[in-house]
Design a protein around this ligand. Structure first.
Ligand SMILES: Nc1ncnc2c1ncn2[C@@H]1O[C@H](COP(=O)(O)OP(=O)(O)OP(=O)(O)O)[C@@H](O)[C@H]1O
Ligand code: NI
Length: 314
């Protein structure tokens, strides 16, 4: 298969005082070249942890097992220094928290040009010009002036766009975009979506898009994986998933869209420290049967390319 990134049997847990947090359990996925792959699911389900494990960006208390193949090379067995070299150049990241991801002590411009200088050998002048163009394309007002300013002088939406420029400035083959539209108003969200679309179409950049926003996912993504409590519970082409959602959790997510009447799924996700023995969605599932709390379902292909983690699907 023509995958640029493949993740095999990835498990990530964190040792904490109160126990072990199982943030990602047995995740498998393959992202095709020049496609947009969406990772969706509610807060705390493990999306960012999964993404950070690709780039070895997890804190020291993380315990990671499994394999990550990038362009057919097993990068999970490389020393951290070698993985660090891929960052920005091969694999770009638009980090989730614009507030934390920018260095408060450096001018915005200095930060935006860094990946261009480092990975594309641009001169200072060329990278400054390219940065202005990129920020213009992202609809940042007065990019010249904004580049001379510091992160605290930017609004949340502006920071998000500066971060987006940072993530794509090194012209990576794979871009991990973690909630790039979060906190943006509708208009700006549309612009960020457009930039991602253009990246894929013009530069053939592959994008791993993490989002809460099902509408953005439906619009942008070729393929989708839905996570729940650390597990991928449904996966397939975005078209197929939205036309024929199968897992009761994913169905519930779709029903909770404003256009479908905001029917929220009752209850809460289980604690990742005390996971239930059987299906992790059991307590909230309207279709649950007697054995669901005892037997943990495996993810299975239902139709070609469409996989679901549920033992009772109709
Ligand atoms: N360093 C850490 N130590 C302990 N637990 C952690 C650590 N980092 C993340 N976690 C836990 O791992 C789980 C998954 O977190 P993650 O950030 O991946 O969620 P997410 O799906 O990205 O959520 P959101 O949509 O809110 O960004 C959470 O329960 C979180 O508390
Ligand atoms: Ni996250």
């Amino acid at each position: 298969m023509n995958a640029i990134l493949e993740i095999k049997s990835l498990n990530v847990s964190f040792q904490r005082k109160d126990g072990v947090v199982k943030a990602v359990s047995d995740a498998n996925l393959a992202i095709k070249r020049s496609s947009i792959f969406g990772l969706i699911g509610e807060t705390g389900c493990g999306k960012s942890v999964l993404a950070h494990s690709i780039l070895r960006l997890l804190p020291h208390n993380a315990i990671v097992t499994g394999e990550v193949f990038y362009k057919d090379q097993d990068i999970s067995s490389l020393p951290t220094e070698a993985v660090r070299k891929l960052r920005g150049k091969e694999i770009g990241l638009i980090a989730q928290n614009p507030g934390e991801a920018l260095n408060p002590l450096l001018k915005n411009g200095t930060q935006v040009i860094a990946p261009m200088r480092l990975h594309r050998n641009f001169s200072k002048k060329d990278s400054w010009r390219a940065a202005v163009e990129l920020l213009e394309a992202l609809d940042l007002p007065n990019p010249h002036q904004k580049m001379q300013e510091y992160p605290h002088q930017l609004s949340g939406g502006m920071k998000q766009r500066v971060l987006t420029a940072l993530g794509i400035g090194g012209d990576p083959s794979l871009l991990i975009a973690d909630e790039p539209t979060k906190g943006l108003d509708v208009l700006i969200r549309g612009q960020v979506v457009e930039v991602l679309e253009r990246l894929k179409e013009m530069k053939e950049t592959t994008i791993l898009l993490i989002t809460h926003d099902l509408q953005v996912a439906a619009h942008l993504c070729d393929e989708l994986a839905v996570m729940y409590a650390g597990e991928i519970i449904e996966e397939g082409s975005s078209k197929e998933l939205f036309n024929d959602p199968i897992h009761p959790y994913f169905k519930g997510l779709i029903d909770s869209l404003p256009s479908n009447g905001l029917k929220a799924i009752p209850g809460y996700s289980p604690s990742l420290v005390h996971l239930p023995q059987g299906c992790r969605f059991f307590q909230r599932c309207s279709k649950a049967q007697a054995t669901c709390d005892k037997i943990s379902p495996e993810i299975k292909e239902v139709t070609a390319g469409h996989k679901v983690r549920c033992r009772f699907i109709d």
